[in-house]
Design a binder for this molecule. Structure first.
Ligand SMILES: Nc1ncnc2c1ncn2[C@@H]1O[C@H](COP(=O)(O)OP(=O)(O)OP(=O)(O)O)[C@@H](O)[C@H]1O
Length: 347
């Protein structure tokens, strides 16, 4: 079955602004199509388009796309100039960002546990902890010390934990210098960092992004071609509103959202087993309904997850008990990315 993006592209390849001219897709006027659930963004390649032509295109494309089944709203925008040069990472099949609207919802915990689960399932997985404001992957994976260079002194050697190749800003930046470094690191260092690490061949590189919307997200989207983002949220309304802003930002950057993960979606009473709400209830289900984005997982509050995070022993190292939640989520992510399919990778 064609994805909504493919259906939109097929419809647009029937549209031409002049009688004899090529259709808008063959003419290179459409840069990308990003569907966030039923909301579709068509990004125009505006380099050779006058303002009048852009307006005419938007006027013709919007009703055409909105007439397609499953489309609730179409927005036609110029593509962000800044992402023109993003490229595939050599040897890496997919790069996926893990994102949250606000801090403390468990984004890093979810990232690390997905990575460990996928590695246990036989995928080659890397993790780049790009959370400039609070890099926590070293603690969560029990990695200590500082980053080191490869033998030839050319690149940064990733560390390995639970079968995951990882690197973190926390291993690269001396703590007391982190604040001073931040500005230049975001603009110059972070985009380069993707290429400076000797990842080898990976099925998937997960990038732990900072919470919210910031220059870091822009810098990452400019640096590499992201296959998508997974958005982690707690169930309350405030968290959900922040998520919406994040989803809009990624859609504007032509990065699709693969789905939502609702974390700490409830807590079970130790004596009676009843699962009660912890941070509000139902928000992610409602957001999934409104946007059409899949709800990839609803993870309860699990005390052993918190202990595992603090001690560097992620629960997903076992596919049993609470680790099973993350193994199931990891499989959904692998399916969304078609990781089991064979394909050519750029070297
Ligand atoms: N499902 C869960 N059950 C129990 N504890 C959890 C769960 N998810 C996360 N935690 C705990 O919640 C705290 C916050 O998690 P984490 O650091 O992963 O959040 P974050 O969203 O990455 O935060 P920030 O973006 O501010 O760094 C940690 O102490 C973690 O162990």
């Amino acid at each position: 079955m064609q994805s909504l993006e493919e259906q939109v592209l097929a419809a647009l390849s029937q549209l031409s602004l002049s009688e004899e001219g090529p259709d808008v897709v063959s003419a290179g006027q459409v840069y990308d199509v990003v569907a966030t659930g039923g909301a579709v963004r068509v990004l125009l390649d505006t380099e050779h388009l006058s303002d009048e032509l852009q307006e005419a295109l938007a006027g013709a494309i919007t009703p055409l796309v909105e007439a397609l089944p499953g489309v609730e709203r179409a927005v036609v925008k110029p593509r962000p100039q800044s992402i023109a040069k993003r490229a595939a990472l050599p040897g890496v099949r997919r790069v996926v960002g893990i994102h949250s609207g606000k801090g403390g919802v468990g984004k890093s915990t979810v990232t690390v546990n997905i990575a460990v689960a996928l590695a246990a399932q036989g995928f080659s997985v890397g993790l780049l902890d790009a959370d400039v404001y609070g890099p926590s992957a070293p603690t969560l994976l029990g990695v200590t010390g500082r980053a080191e260079m490869t033998a030839d002194g050319d690149r940064i050697e990733p560390r390995e934990a639970y079968g995951v190749r990882m690197m973190s800003l926390g291993l690269l930046l001396p703590e007391e210098q982190a604040l001073i470094w931040r500005g230049s690191l975001i603009d110059e260092g972070l985009p380069q960092l993707f290429y400076d690490i000797d990842w080898g061949e990976l099925d998937l590189l997960l990038v732990d992004l900072p919470p919210g919307t910031s220059d870091v997200h822009m810098a990452v989207a400019q640096s590499v071609a992201l296959s998508g983002v997974v958005t982690v949220t707690s169930p309350g309304q405030v968290a959900i509103d922040d998520v919406r802003r994040g989803l809009e930002m990624f859609a504007d950057l032509a990065v699709p959202c693969l789905g939502l993960v609702e974390n700490m979606a409830g807590v079970s009473c130790r004596s009676c087993g009843h699962v009660g709400a912890l941070f509000g209830a139902g928000g992610a289900t409602e957001l999934s309904r409104q946007t059409g984005l899949p709800l990839l997982a609803q993870l309860p509050f699990m005390p052993d997850v918190a202990v595992g995070s603090d001690t560097g022993h992620p629960v997903a190292r076992d596919a049993t008990g609470h680790g099973l939640h993350f193994h199931t989520l990891a499989r959904s992510v692998a399916d969304a990315l078609k990781l089991t399919e064979q394909e050519e990778v750029s070297r």
